[in-house]
Design a protein around this ligand. Structure first.
Ligand SMILES: [Zn+2]
Length: 227
């Protein structure tokens, strides 16, 4: 059966002006970032098994480093390229300043290349795994084989946690308001998790189980401690 993706998402033009301002602030070229909105009902119709796993806003993309200049041409390098997806009911619940903070947070992930780096992590882990399995000293080899999976999990937890904190803090700079950052995160907790600030906002998956890496409260603390 072919399932139509039509109820799932559509392109929205709404954020191009903010994105252009953020790129100017960061001294990078004009961004090519598509804004996409999706609905929870749409996800439920097409991928019911994922409905609770898809975050209310997320990003794919990154900045191609100028190292690739000769390969791709300078039209593409040093420029934020990607897409920002936001759930429709979330967009409607926030004020335009709060929405701008969410867009700034997602843009920051693209600007700081978090997505390509997150994809690279497991690849490096696999390379390390094959280096270890080729080792001759059995004692060292079995010790490293015990440590490697743990190291991979810890690296992924630390990376996810730090990339969310970095994006929050950069977004706060982009919108120029600590109180907007705080009210946005408090409102997310209210809408999505019954106002419970100790629920994780992000997870990493370890052997199929979701492990929370940071909570609303962690994020609020980082924001309130920032200069
Ligand atoms: Zn994020």
């Amino acid at each position: 059966m072919v399932r139509s993706l039509e109820p799932l998402w559509r392109l929205t033009p709404a954020y191009q002006k903010s994105l252009a301002q953020f790129a100017r602030h960061d001294h990078v070229k004009g961004p090519w970032i598509a804004s996409v909105e999706f609905s929870k009902d749409g996800v439920n119709q097409v991928f019911p098994q994922y409905v609770d796993l898809i975050p209310p806003a997320f990003t794919v993309g990154g900045v191609i480093p100028s190292f690739f200049d000769s390969l791709l041409g300078n039209k593409y390098v040093n420029r934020p390229i990607g897409a920002i997806a936001m759930r429709r009911d979330i967009q409607e619940a926030f004020t335009s300043t709060e929405r701008r903070f969410i867009v700034a947070h997602e843009y920051s992930h693209i600007m700081m290349n978090h997505w390509p780096m997150a994809l690279l992590g497991p690849v490096l882990g696999d390379i390390a795994g094959s280096v270890i399995s080729g080792m001759k000293d059995d004692t060292v080899k079995s010790a490293l084989q015990v440590i490697l999976p743990l190291a991979k999990v810890l690296a992924s937890i630390r990376f996810t946690r730090q990339s969310e904190i970095d994006s929050d803090l950069h977004a706060m700079k982009l919108v120029g308001s600590k109180s907007t950052a705080e009210s946005t995160i408090r409102k997310l907790a209210r809408i999505i998790d019954d106002d419970n600030l100790d629920v994780p906002t992000h997870y990493v998956f370890v052997d199929g189980a979701a492990v929370g890496v940071l909570t609303y409260r962690d994020r609020l603390n980082q924001i309130s401690n920032a200069k």
